[in-house]
Design a protein around this ligand. Structure first.
Ligand code: DGY
Length: 323
């Protein structure tokens, strides 16, 4: 008789499609709340499980892997980012990692464009003016912001999402698309994007978009010196991870008009405390990490996470294994 695999899910509001798939083959336990599981509960709940279905809120480190014990075979995260997982420690223990690349690329690229335009065209400020009586008449210089047409857009991190952003940006008749990436990307030619150094990208771009994964080389790559190199008219957008930015330096750059504006879907920490200065700045738009939040993407992400876990538990190839 084959043993039934035990899988622990860290929230009770994961999209049904993946959860139902797991339930057909596994003994599924969940944290019964629609909020991140507290660390002490997490440590207790994973004891003896074979699989963990987690989110980017859940730190998978040595302590957690110890708490799970030697039966743990797979960690499936419902995210493309994996900076919350100690990958080296998983590898040492033979714990396979599943993640969700590709399926959220369009959703994240769409949100990046939405945030770029929301920030540059000052939509929250404009709506607030309309709602609170500031809209006295049409006025020639009121609520103006920089346009994308004819501009130079710089994209830091030119993987799947960076490239998808570039393809969309191109439709706005931009003059130039620059990218900064560890390696040259063959797709860049067809997209019409040009590889440059980080410093050149910062000095040349009217819009700077961060799509880079958070790894040691990109940690706080956007620091005081980076903001000082940008044009004073530059708009900065980050839809990757808050950790790519020295947030104190960004606040200063926005307060002193070192750059024009910033649109952030990611911050440090998350959620951003309500008294954070970023919320008080008119030239900053903050979103609550909703890059991949289309209904379609989240359903497919949940299905892929479940399939990753099931395949690992059955000892077969995973559809999206982090190697
Ligand atoms: C990811 O998947 O890493 C995004 O940040 C959230 O969907």
């Amino acid at each position: 008789m084959s043993t039934v695999h035990k899988v622990f899910i860290t929230r009770n509001d994961m999209p049904d499609v993946g959860v139902e798939l797991l339930k057909k083959q596994c003994d599924v336990r969940k944290w019964e709340k629609a909020s991140p599981i507290p660390r002490d509960e997490f440590l207790k709940s994973v004891a003896g499980v074979n699989g963990i279905y987690c989110t980017l809120n859940d730190k998978i480190d040595k302590e957690l892997l110890d708490a799970a014990g030697p039966n743990l075979k797979v960690v499936g995260t419902i995210s493309v980012g994996y900076d919350h997982i100690d990958t080296a420690e998983c590898r040492t223990r033979g714990v396979r990692i599943g993640y969700t690349p590709n399926v959220l690329t369009d959703a994240t690229a769409e949100l990046t464009l939405a945030l770029l335009l929301t920030t540059s065209r000052r939509l929250p400020e404009a709506q607030n003016e309309a709602k609170t009586g500031g809209w006295v008449s049409w006025a020639p210089t009121w609520m103006t912001g920089p346009g994308l047409a004819g501009s130079t857009v710089g994209i830091v991190g030119f993987g799947r999402i960076g490239q998808a952003v570039a393809r969309r940006v191109r439709a706005f008749n931009t003059a130039k698309i620059l990218y900064y990436n560890r390696s040259e990307k063959p797709e860049a030619k067809e997209i019409g994007a040009c590889k440059v150094g980080f410093e050149e990208l910062l000095t040349q771009s009217d819009f700077v978009i961060c799509c880079a994964a958070l790894v040691p080389e990109t940690k706080e790559i956007f620091n005081k010196s980076a903001f000082e190199k940008m044009k004073p008219t530059a708009v900065f957008v980050n839809t990757s991870r808050g950790g790519t930015v020295d947030q104190g330096a960004l606040i200063e750059a926005l307060q002193n008009n070192t750059i024009r504006a910033a649109g952030l879907d990611v911050t440090t920490p998350e959620p951003l405390p309500l008294d954070n200065p970023l919320f008080k700045l008119k030239n900053c738009v903050v979103l609550p990490h909703i890059g991949s939040a289309t209904i379609e993407a989240r359903n497919v992400m949940s299905e892929l996470t479940a399939k990753n876990i099931l395949c690992a538990l059955n000892g077969s190839d995973m559809p999206a294994e982090l190697k």
